[in-house]
Structures are given as structure tokens and as C-alpha cells.
Design a binder for this molecule. Structure first.
Ligand code: NAI
Ligand code: PYR
Ligand code: MG
Length: 623
């Protein structure tokens, strides 16, 4: 009895102490507010070793005191420049390169720009990211789509310095120790590919590493992920690209891709290694061919903190775009349930979109609605035409979205109907391309969209890179009309429609979502990424658009706003993780503190405070 009383008393004291600590922590948090402190960095190298370390190197911006302290005196030109002067110098070079390559082949110019950016990245990370953030609209098409596609195609020739990690079929059984070769003690974000479907360019084998690098550049620029804590990963299981296999200079394994169990066990081994060394990391799967993309997502999504950007990020961006298009028609978002949507391409991207949008419709009209039970809103077209239940050897992932025979015979269509026939009969509100077939929306298909009874049909050729876009912006405005809403996966210029009118071009790319999903998952410490968190992200993206922009046909925010938008998306993701009780906290911020922040509406400030910004910190030498 006495023992029980003592134990109860002990528990009460511990509880009181805990609560006091919590209050103290809470008080400190409020007191410190959202003040951001640039902490000094501890370096254990000196002199030229610092100049050759892109993380610490400041080039001509090293102040004299630091040059003295770190053995850099005499190692640099004498004038100390500010970071703004360094930016001016780089941008002057960049613009002169632009002028000099303007009249030559576009691809040569694009690669030249990528090269000077990449060299800066290798020399001075802080300056590289500052320039990238300040000029994101101009530079995203170089570090990301479309130029990153060209870079991957030519990677064996462009490769100078390694970036990220390579795990290959030859490393079986070794990955657990290999991951410890990575120098960072902490990694927040991994983007991994097996190179099997790089943008719409197909199997590029080991050269696909360019994609994780480009995506992580956006994580740093848009989400403020700390560049010292991101890790691009390439898993080389071989390639089925004969041109690469025939190229003696190809840098990957010269063997056909592993398949079946052998393939799966390699990816399993990598995941186990990654989460063993970095238990809090988030892994984004990128550009895996569809047959593996779905299987791997199913396999890992509740076990690890991971998501597949092509399936889930793309779906969210497509949903936000369609919600924007609905509002541009002057209708409420809930009218998404009435939209007729033709999705061309039934791979990871197309199927991800249909699945997610059906969930969104269910959220709007309720699960039991016939619109949700049948596939009323969606017509899926792949390389063999309209996908129906009569399709032989139907891809199991596509089966649930196949149109019923009853339904299509009523509308005068049949299994495998051509795209143009589908458009003529369905008269869709939305025509979305995720086929990786450039020019698939021919003049005939686009003209058929004129039959749409929608006041503002949406034409969304979302395939990447530019050469794979189903149509150009100019073609869409020319053949469908000036009233359309247009978004493409890779950027196009706005279109001059004459009489002072402009056809607005949006970039419908998962770059608007994945940084916010990753950041929200990280800062909430969600133990897995739920559908609800993905919907919260997409709905947040849709909601940031104001009526005036939507009326002009602008359905996504301007790219220079991407950092602010990403912070808001992360906020939405964290709030949802808290509501769903999957948020386990991040570093010293425990779930209780997250909840308190949600209550006093300070999650956004918490996100912003945790976003890394490129600023030179003073360097302190420690041997
Ligand atoms: N804008 C964005 O944010 C994103 C765009 N994408 C793009 O989506 C494209 C597709 O990606 P995945 O689904 O992973 O590729 P995938 O290769 O798995 O799927 C392609 C689909 O297109 C279909 N297709 C091929 N030729 C066709 C034709 N002539 N007519 C109709 N359908 C045809 C195929 O049957 C297949 O279903 C890529 O170009 C990729 O860059 C992917 C993710 C995000
Ligand atoms: C944007 C992207 O993720 C893709 O085209 O695959
Ligand atoms: Mg992708």
C-alpha cells in the first residue's frame, strides 16, 4: 500500500516537472519569437582546403579577419567583395554567355548555362543557392526541366565531379556500410531514382542522377532544405537503353536491368541502409518506370517516410490546376465533381492523377455518390486508345479506371477509340497529357476541343521536357481558341493573341508541391505521408490563387513566389499531420509543441524559421 502511494506520488512529481519543462520551453519559444540567428560554422580545415570546399568557400567575400584567421591571406585577390558584388559578377558573365550563344543552337546555349551554374555549385554553394533563389524563374529551366533532361542525356560526357551517391547491382550486401561513406551526420531529404524513366526521355540508366540533383536544388531553393543535409541517389541496376550499352564511355553498369525479386531486393537493401543511418530522413522516389513505381509505393508507404513524386506530387498539382480551371469558369471548386476529364497517358503520372482526383471528388461529393462509384468523370486514353473494361491484358493498375462497356456504347465510343474520337464524343472540360509523346495533341485533336461545351476548357500538356509536351502553348491558343486555360509541364512563353490580348501560360509541374510535401513531412516528423497530407498540400496550392488571376487564366502562382507558397504548403501538411495524429515532432519540437503551435496559429512561423537561407556565416577554426 505504502509502495503504491509512493509510486503514485513519484509519477505526479514527474508529471508536474514535465509540464513545467514544457511550459518553460513554450515560454522560451514565445520569447525568442521567430528570430533567425546565423550561427558560426565550425571548420576543421584551413587555407586552400577551405577554398576547395564549396560549403565553406566564400571566394572573394572572405573578410580580412577571416583570411588572417584561416590562413587565407595571400590566397585570394586583395579586394574583399560583398555577396551582392559576387552576384553581379556572376550574372554579368551569365548574361554575356546568353548574348554570345543566342544565335546558335538552343541546346548548346542551354548546356553552356547549365555548365557555368554547375561549376558555381561545385565552388561555392552559398552563392549558387542565393543566385538560384533570387533568379528562380530564369534558372529553374536550367537546373530543372527542360535542360536537366538534356543534361541527363549527355551526362557521361558532362560529368566532372561526383555529386550524390551511387548504389549499384554490384553493391549487393554492401549498402549498409556504403551509406556511412556519405560525409553528412544528418540527412533530411533523399531523392532517389533508378534512371528507368527520366522525364519523358525513357531509360537513361546511371545518367538519370541529374534528376535527383535538380529536384534537390529545388528543395533547397523552394523549401529551404539545408543543402548539407540533402542526398541525391542513383540506384544503377543496369539499363535497357541499347545506345548506352553500346557506348564505351557510358558510366553505368553495362548490363540489362535487373528484374523481379532481384530488382526489388536491391531497392529494399537501399531503403534499409538509408533509414538505418538516417532514421528521420524522407525519401522521394523519382522517375521510376511505372511498373515499379506503384509497387514500390505500395510496399514502402506506410513503413517508411517516403512518397513517389511522379504519382503523388503530380496528382496534387494536377488537382490544384483543375480546381483553378473550375474557378476560372466562374464555378465553385465543388463543381470539380461535374468536370469531364480526359487523361492521356496511363502510366505512373496519369493513373496517379485519376486516382487522386477521384479521391478529391469523393471528398467533395461524398464516397457513396455514383460519381465516385463509377468512373464518371474520367476517360483514360493510352497508347492503345480509350481504356475500357474490354481491354485485353489490361494493366492491373489501370483496371479500376477503365470505362464500362455500357457507358461507352451509349456515348458512341468503343474499346481503343482514338483520342480524337474520345474528345469529339466526350466534349471534355479538361484535356490532360501525361503520355510523354510530343505533339500528341494534334491540330485535329485541339480543334475537336472547340466542341467542348465548357466556357473555358483547360488544355494541360504536362509531359516533360518541352520536346515531349503534347502541344505547344501557341498551338493550343491557335487551334482551340483564346478562351482556354493552359498549363504545361515545362515552361512556355505567354502567347500574344493580338489586339493587346495575352494567352496566359502556366507551368503545371510537381515542383509546386513536392518541396512543400517534403518540408511539411520533415517538420511534422510524420511517421508516414498520408493521403490526407497530400490532399491538404494540393488544396492549399489551389487556394492561394485569387479570383482576379484566375479570371486571366492564371491557375498557378508565379514561380518567383515558390518559396512563400512552399512554406504555406508545408504549413498545411503539418496541420494535417497533427490532425491525423501522425506528427511525431522534429528535433527538439515535440508533438505537444506542434499542437500548441497549431492552436495559436504559429505553424507558418515555425516553418519559416526552419527554412535555410543562403548567407555566409563566420567560420571558426577548430582542429
Ligand atoms: N508535369 C509534371 O509535373 C509531370 C509530368 N510527368 C510527365 O508525364 C509523362 C509520363 O510519365 P509516366 O506516366 O511515368 O510515363 P509512362 O511511360 O509510364 O506512361 C506513359 C503513358 O502514355 C501512354 N502513351 C504512349 N503513347 C501514347 C499515345 N500515342 N497515345 C496515348 N497514350 C500514349 C502509354 O500507354 C502510357 O500509359 C512524362 O513525360 C513525364 O515527364 C510526370 C510527372 C510529373
Ligand atoms: C516533373 C517530373 O517529375 C517529371 O516529368 O517526371
Ligand atoms: Mg519525375
Amino acid at each position: 500500500m505504502a509502495q503504491a502511494i509512493a509510486s503514485r506520488a513519484r509519477k505526479a512529481v514527474v508529471k508536474a516537472l514535465e509540464s513545467e519543462c514544457w511550459q518553460l520551453r513554450e515560454g522560451a519559444r514565445r520569447y525568442l519569437g521567430q528570430r533567425k540567428v546565423v550561427r558560426p560554422s565550425i571548420v576543421n580545415k584551413r587555407s586552400s582546403d577551405i577554398l576547395h570546399d564549396p560549403w565553406y568557400n566564400k571566394g572573394t567575400a572572405f573578410p580580412l579577419t577571416e583570411r588572417e584567421r584561416l590562413g587565407l591571406r595571400g590566397m585570394l585577390p586583395p579586394r574583399v567583395m560583398s555577396i551582392n558584388q559576387q552576384i553581379d559578377r556572376f550574372m554579368a558573365n551569365f548574361r554575356s554567355l546568353e548574348r554570345n550563344t543566342r544565335d546558335g543552337p538552343q541546346e548548346v546555349a542551354a548546356l553552356a548555362k547549365w555548365r557555368i551554374l554547375n561549376r558555381l555549385h561545385d565552388r561555392n554553394e552559398t552563392l549558387f543557392y542565393k543566385i538560384l533563389i533570387d533568379n528562380i524563374q530564369q534558372l529553374a529551366p536550367i537546373v530543372y526541366t527542360p535542360t536537366v533532361g538534356l543534361v541527363c542525356q549527355n551526362y557521361s560526357g558532362l560529368f566532372r565531379r561526383p555529386r550524390g551517391m551511387y548504389f549499384s547491382a554490384a553493391d549487393r550486401g554492401e549498402m549498409m556500410s556504403m551509406i556511412y561513406n556519405w560525409p553528412a551526420e544528418q540527412v533530411d531529404m533523399i531523392v532517389v531514382t533508378d534512371g528507368s524513366r527520366i522525364l519523358g526521355l525513357g531509360d537513361l540508366g546511371v545518367q538519370g542522377i541529374g534528376i535527383p540533383i535538380g529536384k534537390l536544388d529545388l528543395y533547397v531553393a523552394a523549401a529551404g532544405m539545408n543543402p548539407q543535409r540533402v542526398l541525391p541517389v542513383m540506384i544503377d541496376v543496369g539499363t535497357n537503353n541499347q545506345q548506352l550499352l553500346d557506348n564505351p564511355l557510358y558510366m553505368g553498369l553495362h548490363r540489362p536491368r535487373l528484374e523481379g525479386e532481384e530488382y526489388m531486393s536491391i531497392i529494399d537493401e537501399f531503403m534499409e541502409a538509408a533509414f538505418t543511418r538516417y532514421p528521420d530522413v524522407i525519401v522521394q522516389f523519382e522517375d521510376f518506370q511505372s511498373k515499379w513505381a506503384f509497387k514500390l509505393l505500395q510496399r514502402y508507404r506506410t513503413h517508411y517516410r517516403m512518397f513517389n513524386d511522379d504519382i503523388q506530387g503530380t496528382a496534387g498539382v494536377a488537382l490544384a490546376g483543375v480546381l483553378g480551371a473550375v474557378r476560372a469558369q466562374g464555378r465553385p471548386m465543388s463543381d470539380i465533381a461535374k468536370q469531364k476529364i480526359v487523361v492521356v497517358g496511363a502510366g505512373s503520372a496519369g493513373l496517379g492523377v485519376v486516382s487522386f482526383m477521384k479521391q478529391a471528388v469523393a471528398r467533395v461529393v461524398g464516397n457513396d455518390s455514383p460519381q465516385v462509384q463509377g468512373s464518371d468523370n474520367f476517360w483514360l486514353v493510352d497508347k492503345d486508345g480509350l481504356v475500357t473494361e474490354a481491354r485485353e491484358n489490361i494493366d492491373p493498375d489501370a483496371k479500376q479506371y477503365a470505362r464500362s462497356l455500357d457507358d461507352i456504347s451509349r456515348s458512341g465510343l468503343q474499346e481503343g477509340a482514338s483520342l480524337v474520337d474520345v474528345v469529339r464524343h466526350v466534349k471534355p472540360d479538361v484535356l490532360m497529357g501525361l503520355s510523354a509523346v510530343g505533339g500528341l495533341f494534334t491540330q485535329e485533336v485541339l480543334e475537336a476541343m472547340k466542341l467542348s461545351d465548357c466556357p473555358r476548357p483547360a488544355i494541360l500538356p504536362m509531359s516533360n521536357p518541352t520536346s515531349k509536351a503534347e502541344c505547344t502553348a501557341e498551338q493550343a491558343f491557335k487551334y482551340v481558341g483564346p478562351h482556354i486555360v493552359f498549363a504545361s509541364g515545362s515552361p512556355f512563353q505567354d502567347v500574344d493573341l493580338g489586339d493587346g490580348k495575352i494567352g496566359r501560360v502556366n507551368q503545371g509541374n510537381n515542383m509546386y508541391l513536392f518541396p512543400g510535401i517534403g518540408l511539411g513531412a520533415l517538420l511534422s516528423g510524420a511517421h508516414h505521408i498520408t493521403d490526407g497530407m497530400l490532399h491538404a498540400a494540393a488544396e492549399c496550392l489551389a487556394s492561394v490563387m485569387d479570383e482576379e488571376s484566375l479570371q486571366k487564366g492564371i491557375i498557378y502562382p508565379p514561380i518567383p513566389e515558390i518559396r512563400n507558397i512552399t512554406a504555406k504548403i508545408a504549413e498545411a501538411v503539418i496541420k494535417e499531420a497533427i490532425i491525423e495524429e501522425v506528427a511525431e515532432g522534429y528535433r527538439e519540437t515535440d508533438p505537444r509543441e506542434l499542437q500548441a503551435m497549431a492552436q495559436d496559429d504559429s505553424i507558418l512561423a515555425y516553418v519559416e524559421k526552419n527554412m535555410w537561407s543562403p548567407e555566409y556565416s563566420s567560420l571558426v577554426y577548430e582542429s
